[in-house]
Design a protein around this ligand. Structure first.
Ligand SMILES: Nc1ncnc2c1ncn2[C@@H]1O[C@H](COP(=O)(O)OP(=O)(O)OP(=O)(O)O)[C@@H](O)[C@H]1O
Ligand SMILES: [Mg+2]
Length: 222
């Protein structure tokens, strides 16, 4: 059992050594605090050898979602390039002298942006986070052996919805639309993700983060 944030930092830091690259995954439902936890861990570890690579960057672009007829499913498991995500993490694990560039998800545009996140060769721990890291189905199944560990971010249902609605409003949705999205699409995805909780190596209650997450303003990568 881990009971303090400092213990989480130690556990994450111990996953990688100078000769061994490692990927720490953080899964969990929308709004549970995955991005906030990843940012806090990365900030607490030596900047030279840790990087944050969100799964969000692997959202398919709208142009491809249109082509596939999946525009109104955006955010569902089939609307991500899970194979590209796995390939990028494997390329990092393989080592090499070149920078690995990861894409980011830009929340104002609601589009992925290629080449936004540099992972220099000195990095030995990548902290990655997203909804579907523990999903067993087709395109996600190949990911499991990429992760040294996967942690599951957990937050009380009502508080999670409250934060999601607040964020949707902050990024431009009308209040009614924000509530509809948080209780509809987000909730359907949350139910699916909850079925993967048992596969996690560690459950991280949001209380462990304390006040760390309270609106840091770093939403570009979240
Ligand atoms: N301790 C906290 N108190 C209040 N709000 C918080 C706290 N921690 C995080 N938040 C806010 O809650 C929202 C959700 O957090 P975060 O973005 O980390 O979750 P997430 O799991 O990455 O969500 P998503 O799956 O949608 O990417 C954010 O707007 C964040 O600023
Ligand atoms: Mg996030």
């Amino acid at each position: 059992m881990v009971s303090t944030f400092a213990e989480l930092v130690d556990r994450a830091g111990a996953l990688a050594t100078p000769g061994r690259h490692a990927v720490l995954g953080i899964a969990g439902p929308p709004g549970a605090g995955k991005t906030t936890l990843a940012q806090a861990l990365v900030a607490a570890l030596p900047q030279a050898w840790v990087a944050h690579v969100p799964m969000d960057g692997f959202h398919l672009a709208d142009v491809e979602l249109e082509r596939l007829g999946l525009r109104d499913r955006k955010g569902a498991p089939e609307t991500f390039d899970a194979w590209g995500y796995a390939a990028l993490l494997r390329r990092f694990l393989a080592g090499g002298d070149e920078i690995v560039y990861a894409p980011a998800f830009e929340r104002d545009l609601e589009q992925p942006v290629a080449g936004a996140i540099p992972v220099p060769s000195a990095v030995r721990l990548v902290v990655t986070e997203g909804n579907y890291l523990l999903l067993g189905e087709e395109r996600w199944a190949g990911l499991r052996d990429v992760f040294a560990e996967v942690w599951y971010a957990e937050l009380d249902h009502d508080e999670r919805q409250r934060r999601l609605i607040a964020r949707h409003v902050r990024f431009g949705k009308e209040r009614d639309a924000a509530v509809a999205w948080a209780t509809g699409t987000d909730e359907r995805n949350a139910a699916l993700i909850a079925t993967t909780r048992g596969r996690a190596d560690l459950i991280v209650p949001s209380s462990l983060l304390g006040s760390l997450g309270a609106d840091s303003g770093h939403e570009f990568l979240s």
